[in-house]
Design a protein around this ligand. Structure first.
Ligand code: GDP
Ligand code: IMO
Ligand code: MG
Length: 437
């Protein structure tokens, strides 16, 4: 009954999509458990690029049942656009199952997301502007709209009326916007209800029964540990639980059923949006990393901030998620560097600290303590075994493994599905990289 969680160990965009896709052929269900269309996962199959936002990456493997769990917030227009775009490229999405308890992003929450950012000015979070934060706020505030509400127009109208009783005074009096009407909101929410209805199911029941029957379930995290609302660099975070516990609350599968928790980390670090980033490189080296790694957002196209590998961050991710394995991606991007600095600790107000500071201000003041590792010049993109890597690249991986709190089971050497080295299979008893199905 393998249940494997795949999540980000840094600030997102580590290559979770590729990691999930690689497991695809050996997987029966792939579950998105948090976030919404703030996520952007690029998967490359035989040179073809697919950018996935709301659909779990496993959707590209025939025979896998993709599931949108209760922990997700759904923009229905984006969901159906993504489904239609994939269908136009010959990808069968007909098996998609959507939780009846997932929340729906109403138009007013996209507006609220953008006006709040504007009002925050210099203190903005740098959100993706997709309405994610306000929709989760409504969920916690118990005025959210759920998938199941769309199938009873009277109940939907009641819930929208309740939500707007709070939203409209804020939009009008605080943010100087026009009030939103119940009728318009209900109408736009109902636009996709008939298309959605056949996909909706009791997904916690479905997934637990699948595990009972010995099926393989992969839980695909959106965002990452350092963007998690509890464990990330609050308030510069997203509004969902992107850590391992979120896989349970966001899917209705208990922690005792999870076999593996796989953290995905880049061989360096990137971040999109505002917030602290100790190993960030502002100068030409940062630009070099951005260009070498193609570090532009899959969702917003924003240039990603870049920096060296921060083992304090990944050690922290190992701890708060209970990581069993790491997938180390984009090792190929570092080819050509003479020396590669890696942060092994921080200095905070003159003191050396080896663990993530618990206090926000300390983290904002942290400066990295670097160790320099030897680089390599050889093209590693064709490497398929650890021994194929040059000795310095092997030493780099082993040093990171030593520093990061979990074994490096898979190494990414290119964007394509095949461009990986598997040291330990991620699915117990399965070949991780099964080609075709
Ligand atoms: P995600 O959000 O975690 O799924 O990551 P993104 O898709 O946003 O960003 C990762 C980017 O790196 C994508 O463009 C991937 O195609 C690419 N990628 C993933 N793994 C590797 C790798 O090992 N090497 C290289 N060169 N690119 C990779
Ligand atoms: P994937 O799944 C990188 C960042 C935004 C912003 C903060 C809050 O592709 O790794 P939000 O719109 O969620 O309220 O924005 O979180 N962010 C991401 N950064 N990758 C992502 O997703 C992200 N999703 C949100 O840039 O700083
Ligand atoms: Mg991404």
């Amino acid at each position: 009954m393998p249940a494997v969680v795949v999540l980000g160990a840094q600030w997102g965009d580590e290559g979770k999509g590729k990691a999930t896709d690689q497991l695809g052929a050996a997987t029966d269900y792939v579950v998105k458990f948090n976030g919404g269309n703030n996520a952007g996962h690029t998967v490359v199959v035989s040179g073809e690029h697919y950018a996935l936002h709301l659909l779990p990456s496993g959707i590209l493997s025939p025979g896998v049942v993709p599931v949108i769990g209760n922990g997700v917030v759904i923009d229905l227009e984006v969901l159906f656009r993504e489904i239609d775009d994939l269908a136009a490229r010959g990808v069968d999405t007909s098996a998609l199952v959507v939780s009846s308890n997932a929340h729906v992003i109403a138009g007013y929450n996209r507006t609220v997301d953008r006006v709040i950012e504007r009002f925050l000015g210099a203190r903005k979070i740098g959100t993706t502007g997709r309405g994610i934060g306000p929709t989760y706020a409504d969920k916690i505030n118990r005025i959210g709209i759920r998938v199941q509400d769309l199938f009873n127009p009277d109940i939907l109208a009641q819930k929208v009326t309740g939500a707007l009783a709070q939203k409209n005074p804020m939009l009008v009096k605080v943010y100087n916007r026009r009030a939103v009407t119940v009728a318009d909101t209900v109408e736009s929410l109902l636009e996709y209800a008939d298309r959605l209805r056949p996909m909706v199911a009791d997904t916690p029941l479905l997934l637990n029964e699948a595990l009972d029957a010995g099926r393989t379930v992969v839980f695909e995290g959106g965002q990452a540990t350092m963007l998690d609302v509890d464990h990330g660099t609050y308030p510069f975070v997203t509004s969902s639980s992107a850590t391992a516990g979120g896989a349970c609350t966001g899917s209705g599968v208990g922690p005792t059923r999870v076999d593996r928790v796989v953290g995905v980390a880049k061989a360096y670090t990137t971040r999109v949006g505002e917030g602290p980033f100790p190993t960030e490189l502002d100068g030409p080296q940062g630009t070099w990393l951005r260009e070498a790694g193609g570090e532009y957002g899959t969702t917003t196209g924003r240039p990603r901030r870049t920096g060296w590998y921060d083992s304090v961050v990944v050690r922290y991710a190992s701890r708060v998620n209970g990581l069993t394995d790491l997938v180390l991606t984009k090792l190929d991007v570092l080819t050509g560097l003479d020396k590669i600095p890696v942060a092994v600790a921080y200095e905070v107000d003159g003191r050396r600290v080896d663990q993530m500071p618990d206090n926000q201000s300390d983290f904002h003041h942290a400066t990295p303590v670097y160790e320099e590792l030897d680089g390599w010049d050889e093209d590693i993109s064709a490497a398929r075994t650890f021994e194929d890597l040059p000795a310095a690249a092997q030493r780099y991986v082993l040093a990171l493994e030593d520093l990061s709190g979990a074994r490096v089971s898979v190494i990414g050497v290119g964007a394509d599905r095949q461009a990986s080295i598997v040291r330990h299979d991620l699915l117990p008893g399965e070949r991780t990289l099964v080609r075709g199905r």
